[in-house]
Ligand binder design. Structure first.
Ligand SMILES: NC(=O)C1=CN([C@@H]2O[C@H](COP(=O)(O)OP(=O)(O)OC[C@H]3O[C@@H](n4cnc5c(N)ncnc54)[C@H](OP(=O)(O)O)[C@@H]3O)[C@@H](O)[C@H]2O)C=CC1
Ligand SMILES: O=C(O)C1=N[C@H](C(=O)O)C[C@H](O)C1
Length: 267
């Protein structure tokens, strides 16, 4: 995602700051990568990130940091952004989401944090949230089946599926996120979820099926994404939105992508 977002930022005419944090594995193998024609230096966790951040903050006072790392390091990354007062857009899933929200709000650091940045999926999430608040319990008694297929390198449960399940709970469904079915094996991805073979290394196919108590009514919601571009474009929208909130010293500091969409800030 980091590469895709960098390229989308360059396409949108933004200035890409030529540094990216990486894991220690990456910092040992290479120190420069090309992102949309810009040579970006990789900085591993062992390097002096604190001093680099201070230097970049004075060089680029309007800097927005984008985080697509891994659930294992999400809290360390948030701690670092808070410590340095760095406005950030975070697409990374996992971690303790309530803890992150609480810490970010208390710090007053500006942030957009969301498990999905794709405009139409964000609109779907907002619709489901509205449905749950307008018609609480409308689906009580129904049973829910949720399947999500992602590239086999993804270890955690889809953050998007977890967020949508929250709305289904509001609609009266008795369903826990631990019941979400994770599809990570290529044969099942191709044969059951109908993922094109060319997308096995990067896809997000979600299916939510609802069945009435007497079995006479079914609903099915599905969103299937091949590749990364929809999230990368949405991330750039989030950066532009957040930069504006920082500039205006908006009283609210923590946002999600539904806020960005409602503000009319998604292209
Ligand atoms: N909100 C949204 O719309 C979307 C969210 N996501 C989420 O974003 C996250 C990343 O996804 P994806 O890009 O596919 O995953 P990848 O595994 O491709 O990328 C994660 C990157 O984080 C790097 N990394 C690991 N540890 C650190 C660290 N301590 N400091 C800096 N960088 C580190 C990894 O380096 P290395 O490979 O060297 O270990 C890797 O380059 C996941 O949680 C995913 O679910 C994904 C797509 C869209
Ligand atoms: O890892 C991914 O690829 C994605 N992760 C996010 C999630 O966990 O919901 C968003 C999208 O599904 C792609």
């Amino acid at each position: 995602m980091g590469q895709a977002v960098g390229e989308a930022a360059v396409r949108a005419g933004l200035e890409l700051i030529p540094y990216s944090f990486c894991s220690s594995k990456d910092s040992k193998t290479k120190s420069q990568i090309d992102v949309g024609g810009i040579s970006v230096e990789l900085v591993g966790p062992g390097q002096d990130r604190d001093n680099l951040i201070k230097t970049l903050q004075s060089q680029y006072p309007n800097m927005i940091t984008v985080d697509y790392t891994v659930p294992d390091v999400i809290h360390d990354m948030v701690d670092m952004y808070i410590k340095h007062g760095m406005p950030f857009v975070m697409g990374t899933t996992g971690g303790d989401r309530n803890r992150i929200s609480k810490e970010v709000i208390e710090s007053g650091v500006y942030a957009v944090i969301a498990p999905n940045m794709g405009k139409q999926i964000v609109a779907f999430q907002a619709t489901m949230e509205t449905m749950a608040s307008n018609f609480p319990g409308a689906f009580s008694g129904y049973t829910l089946k949720v399947m999500e297929s992602h590239q086999s390198s993804k270890k955690d449960t889809s953050g998007t599926a977890k967020a949508v399940v929250q709305s289904f709970q509001g609609l009266g469904l008795n369903f826990d996120v631990s019941q979400i079915q994770l599809i990570r094996q290529p044969p099942e991805q191709v044969n059951v979820m109908k993922v094109p073979e060319s997308a096995l290394l990067g896809h997000a196919f979600h299916t939510y099926q609802l069945l009435s108590p007497d079995g006479t009514v079914t609903f099915e919601f599905q969103h299937n994404v091949v590749g990364r571009s929809t999230y990368a474009e949405g991330t750039v929208d989030a950066c532009l939105f957040l930069a504006q909130q920082v500039q205006e010293r908006a009283p609210k500091t923590l946002y999600n992508m539904v806020d960005v969409l409602r503000a009319g800030a998604m292209r």
